[in-house]
Design a protein around this ligand. Structure first.
Ligand code: MEV
Length: 318
């Protein structure tokens, strides 16, 4: 077989991270930064080899892979169970997503790998199956993932996720001129630690904590409407409010505050932490004509800055 390629996007949480853990809906969207996976079966022997632009090259089957490749090993085993054989292949993975920054890089890699490895079996797996296999791999990386990342990476677009209720596609009508600027603080953080810190504060605050969560719920409802009506000014303000709530719950840092305030001062509609906080990334909604300004200001202090868009396509073949 000659080489075939697929690609899958990363994601941002636009609204509702952390509050989602206690049942508030969250809004996530596929971004333009993607993982590309190319597969060939012309490798000889019975080995599956993965070559990643981020982690290097490793045999993933039958040898025991290094920890960065354990999610791929899990997917190969699941293919083996489903099809009764393991097909030898070499899969090359090229990611433009930063690792461990809350942008769904592991899920996008798992989705792209699954779809590419399916091609080694001569099939295009249906999207629900790709998503399910990637979810199984995600469990190895994250313990108890919500399923947001693999879902958005497979289907693309923008989704509303409510714990225990699943996913719903959302209508988004933003003009092409609206960009998403992402700034990586370069500060490594543990999602687990951030989640338990927020939950501990909520418990301590009692009724006041419940009220903050009620505000977060109302904010997401308003954001759904603003996304549909393309009310960008309101979306920006809602991002600022969401950031304030995350700060109130204890997951901001001086470095993240600096990034958020720089983005706003340089002309963003709004800016906020995305994901777990305590490090990781912030996002800013910015009009085309102010992108340069915002990127320049963020680049002075951020480890890395990306310009992309939301509501991008999901898994693509070719
Ligand atoms: C982390 O990207 C998002 C959190 O809401 C945790 C989760 O939903 O599992 C902080």
């Amino acid at each position: 077989m000659s080489e075939y390629c697929v690609s899958a996007p990363g994601k941002v949480i636009l609204f509702g991270e952390h509050f989602v853990v206690e049942g508030v809906p969250a809004i996530a969207s596929a971004i333009g930064l993607r993982v590309r996976a190319c597969v060939t079966t012309e490798v000889g022997g019975d080995r599956v080899i993965v070559e990643s632009n981020v982690f290097g090259k490793a045999e993933v089957y039958p040898a025991k892979p290094p920890s960065w490749a354990s999610q791929f090993r899990r997917i190969i085993e699941l293919f083996g169970e489903r099809f009764g054989e393991i097909v030898a292949a070499k899969i090359t993975i090229e990611s433009s997503l930063p690792v461990g920054a809350g942008l769904g890089s592991s899920a996008a890699s798992a989705v792209a790998f699954t779809a590419a490895y399916g091609l080694a079996y001569g099939i295009r797996l249906p999207l629900p199956e790709v998503s399910q296999l990637a979810f199984e791999a995600e469990k190895l990386v994250h313990g108890k993932p919500s399923g947001i990342d693999n879902t958005i990476s497979c289907y693309g677009g923008t989704i509303l996720y409510t714990r225990g209720r699943g996913f719903e596609h959302l209508d988004v009508n933003l003009p092409q001129t609206v960009k998403l600027v992402i700034a990586d603080s370069g500060i490594q953080r543990s999602t687990k630690q951030a989640v338990s810190l927020v939950l501990a504060r909520k418990r301590k605050l009692g009724k006041l904590g419940d009220m903050i969560y009620d505000v977060a719920r109302e904010l997401v409802h308003k954001a759904i409407d603003a996304l549909r009506r393309a009310d960008i000014e309101l979306l920006g303000e809602l991002m600022d409010v969401n950031h304030g709530l995350l700060n109130a719950m204890g997951v901001s840092l001086p470095e993240l505050e600096t990034l958020v305030h720089r983005a706003r001062r340089a002309g963003a509609y709004g800016a906020k932490i995305t994901g777990a906080g305590l490090g990781g990334t912030i996002i800013a909604l910015v009009d085309d004509d102010r992108v340069d300004n915002v990127v320049r200001s963020l680049s002075e202090v951020a480890a890395k800055v990306f310009i992309t868009s939301i509501n991008g396509p999901g898994l693509k073949y070719g």
